[in-house]
Design a protein around this ligand. Structure first.
Ligand code: ADP
Ligand code: MG
Ligand code: MG
Length: 252
């Protein structure tokens, strides 16, 4: 589904990604972990197509298309979901209206009929149950005043509605309390199928107490320096990242 080969990317002339290789197949959940500043968010941003980052080398193929050639909106329409690509807060717009537009854009791109109000509501109810989101949250204007947990819930709900082929979740280190962790994990676990894949970017081993990844990769200094299964995450939980840093730095 996704194939990343020798990806190098820079920001303001500084090389941050220094040769990433990663293969993701349908049905898989991959966790990208690593110490702060190793390039995890940069990788997510490059896959999202954020313009600040310059890809200097390598290729990214998504369902046989060159992902790097696609505009961010087209990546989304192709079925790539990046949580932070969709605004969670828009003053004066309810998430329902916003989502209906987004869902119908994706459907149009996939050659499907747009959903009318009734069908959209039916789909919403089904997905609300799936990710355990409250109706009240959705009818609220997408405005300031969402708690961290509510934002996460909304994000996961957007993901459920858009039915992406590949979801990339960058769980930044700040503000993820246990509730938010559980919401994200439940969502990922509920939405997992043999047709889609998820990449969860996280600094926290704790998230993986809830999400069971098929593969765990450690990013350090812009490269994937170790890959394994959930046992690797458990080892990191126990030993931290220092042993990996030492191992890699001593080879350099
Ligand atoms: P992580 O998500 O693993 O903590 P990031 O991808 O956020 O790491 O950052 C990787 C490196 O890139 C860090 O050294 C950071 O300082 C640098 N970096 C990130 N964004 C910028 C930027 N806009 N300008 C300059 N350097 C940046
Ligand atoms: Mg960071
Ligand atoms: Mg980060």
């Amino acid at each position: 589904m996704l194939s990343i080969k020798n990806l190098h990317a820079s920001i303001e002339g500084n090389e941050i990604l220094r040769g990433i290789n990663l293969e993701v197949k349908a049905g898989e959940v991959h966790a990208i972990m690593g110490p702060n500043g190793s390039g995890k968010s940069t990788l997510a941003s490059v896959l999202a197509g954020r313009e600040e980052y310059e890809v200097t080398e390598g290729e990214v193929t998504f369902k046989e298309k060159n992902l790097l050639d696609l505009a961010p909106e087209d990546r989304a329409r192709e079925g790539v979901f990046l949580a932070f690509q969709y605004p969670v807060e828009i003053p004066g717009v309810s998430s329902t209206n916003f989502l209906r537009t987004a869902v119908n854009q994706v459907r149009e791109y996939r050659g499907l009929e747009p959903l009318d109000a009734v069908k959209f509501l039916t789909l919403m109810k089904e997905k609300m149950k799936l990710v355990e989101i409250d109706q009240k949250l959705l009818s609220r204007s997408l405005n300031e005043g969402f708690s961290g947990g509510e934002k996460k819930r909304n994000e996961i709900f957007q993901m459920a509605m858009l039915e992406p082929t590949l979801s990339i979740l960058d769980e930044t280190d700040s503000g993820l309390d246990i509730d938010a962790l559980r919401i994200v994990s439940n969502g990922v676990n509920q939405l997992k199928s043999d047709k889609n894949a998820t990449i969860v970017v996280t600094h926290y081993q704790r998230l993986l107490d809830y999400i069971v990844p098929d593969y765990v990769h450690v990013l350090y200094k812009g490269r994937i320096v170790k890959s394994g299964t959930k046992e690797l995450a458990m080892e990191l939980e126990e030993k931290g990242y220092d042993w990996i840093k030492e191992e890699i730095d001593s080879q350099a």
